[in-house]
Design a protein around this ligand. Sequence first.
Ligand code: UDP
Ligand code: MG
Length: 304
Amino acid sequence: MSLLSIVLPSYNEEAMLPRTIRTLKQVMEEAGISFELVFVDDGSRDASWQLIMDAASEDSRIHGVHFSRNFGKEAAIFAGLSAASGDCAAVMDCDLQHPPETLVQMYHLWEQGYEVIEGEKRSRGKESIAHRASAGAFYRIMTKATGIDMSRASDFKLLDRKAVDALLEISEHNSFFRAQSSWIGFRTTSVEFDVQEREAGESKWSTRALIRYAVCNIVGYSSVPMQLVTTAGFIFLVLSFILGIQTLIRYASGHAVEGFTTVILLLLIIGSILMISLGIIGYYISRIFQEVQGRPKYIISKRV
Ligand code: UDP
Ligand code: MG
């Protein structure tokens, strides 16, 4: 019989862990699926790791990996996938916002021969308007950058062993699970689900973390921002031709002292465009720097 590994990144989830374990066990047993739970404790500072250890000592199907500090959800997903031993592996949030019933549905699709089964959000659940708007903008840019429709993408996915191994071979330091799972190809399908409300605890994403996440992933998948710099350069080259000719004509006709405002404006505009351009290029250089350093994605301190 085939084994399903369920990878659950968890960061300060003491409020949800016992409930999640209970629900998942119940749903999987009812569906008659043999499974293992792989919890990745992303450096939690609450009782999460203790709860995972207790659960693991009671039930041999529960495994846990503990990070030495908070490395982020992406790193946790990859650590979980590399610790998973199943014939297929699913990734889901451990706050039950991804419905376990959908997981059963995904498993049946896997049995039918699909190798990558993506969870797509039918509705986004409860969110603030600002969060919804910024998430919308981020996904529009990412859709353009990756060429994959990401507006309803989520981290809720089920992957065949082949796909898991392919993903683990990508050695990129800044991984982006949502995009990489479609980038690898394979026989893909998707399942729609409704994002459930979080029953306890709170979202672990601060606005700052989300912005950092967005910039990092855009830089990782698209060089359009760098090409914008070139475009701006060309526009200014054309403008400088026009202004240059105008200046020469004024010089020839003896009106050379005027136009000081133009000089100031040009200095300001060119100065700020140069700064922004340098900043954009800086992002890519820092990205290259990180990849060259080749630091590990995460460091594991304990396992059960
Ligand atoms: N998470 C994580 N590391 C982090 C932040 C979040 O492993 O640094 C986990 C978290 O425990 C949860 C999942 O990622 O299982 C989704 O996080 P959350 O529910 O806070 O995000 P939201 O549902 O609000 O997008
Ligand atoms: Mg959540």
